[in-house]
Design a protein around this ligand. Sequence first.
Ligand code: NAD
Length: 394
Amino acid sequence: MFVERVGIVGAGTMGADIAAVLLLRGIPVRLHDVEAQQLDRAADRIRAVLTQRVQRGRLPAGAVADRMALLLPSPDLSALGDVDLAIEVVPERLALKRAVLSQLDHVVPPLAILATNTSALPVRELAEATGRADRVIGCHFFFPAHTMPLVEVVRTDRTRPDVLAAAVTLWQECRKVALVVPDQPGFVVNRVLMRALAEVFRFEEETGADPAAIDAALASSGAVPMGPFRLCDALGLDVALGVADTLTRELGKRFTPSAQLVSLVAEGRLGAKVAAGGFYPPGRPTSAPDLGGSDRDRLVRRFQLAAVNEAARLLDERLATPAEIDLAMRAGAGLKQGPLSWADHEGLEEVARAMEEMKALELHGFRVPESLDRLVQQGWTGASVGRGFMQVTQ
Ligand SMILES: NC(=O)c1ccc[n+]([C@@H]2O[C@H](COP(=O)([O-])OP(=O)(O)OC[C@H]3O[C@@H](n4cnc5c(N)ncnc54)[C@H](O)[C@@H]3O)[C@@H](O)[C@H]2O)c1
């Protein structure tokens, strides 16, 4: 089956951006939101993305008007009556997403695929709100979707192979890396990234360091493309908290969100999408005095070790291969080097020793994962011996 028309429900940060991804490839989009104002804002954002591509010489002049003509914004859900795939991009609440998918089930044609852009909720539970659970998948994009290459295509135990293949083909046509991942909390990228971010938030709570200084230290180390506090402001603090809550509930307290994140969301300070801002309110300086050298090294190391620890747990649970995890973290989170490749270059004995030390300090969730322990025991200690995580094929 081929996807020729796509419906999107929810025209916020991600819905608008996913529409831009499709329009860039000339695929018609029906875009629905309950707020008319959101539809207008989305059209402006989509036009801005297309205009930027024309300015960079990546789209012919005149393409903006042509592509915008393929966008049908509608306050009425029935506008999605002729699509081959509909994706819900409404806020990260299980009951809301189930309600929207159930409505879509009655609106779209019987053979259409239903997709969710959930960040961490169980896709199977969402699928069961419809009468076509075998035609429901996750299509998890990353912010900003028009530039981040990855889409995690989430397969449940009910998903039909032809449905999965059609979704993978669609996103590949849109020049995305479509990685099929299992239906488990946070999939691959958010599970590893949120674990590392939780460790950064704990560092802030323990040391009282300024978020701008932490952001600068991590970004300048090359570990991340954007500091974690700035990233949360950009993608929405409510979104980050929703993911952290799901992961804490499903996988344990090592994902516990920081008290500051919880209180900012309670105050409505959701980040760049609201006037009050989030970690960076308007007028707050975006730079801060440098962290001292030893604090900076400790912070960067904790970030990296937490990411490796969670990535290796995914291996223990046989949920992904090392190559898939590192690809996902580069294409979805923008890391220059995947965490498992970083560990190989650091030396696996040293990484295991550092995790033992953090365990002894009772830092959240650090235990040496079995997959790491096994490699060290068999002498696969990393890049220096040419054998490490990245040589493990399954
Ligand atoms: N922001 C990110 O970086 C990011 C990245 C990946 C995935 N996601 C996921 O994408 C989803 C949406 O996140 P967002 O950041 O775009 O949220 P957002 O708050 O920016 O947008 C949500 C939109 O949904 C609309 N909406 C709410 N209820 C609706 C309904 N019943 N019918 C139609 N429209 C409705 C709202 O009016 C709003 O425009 C969430 O599940 C989130 O976890 C977000």
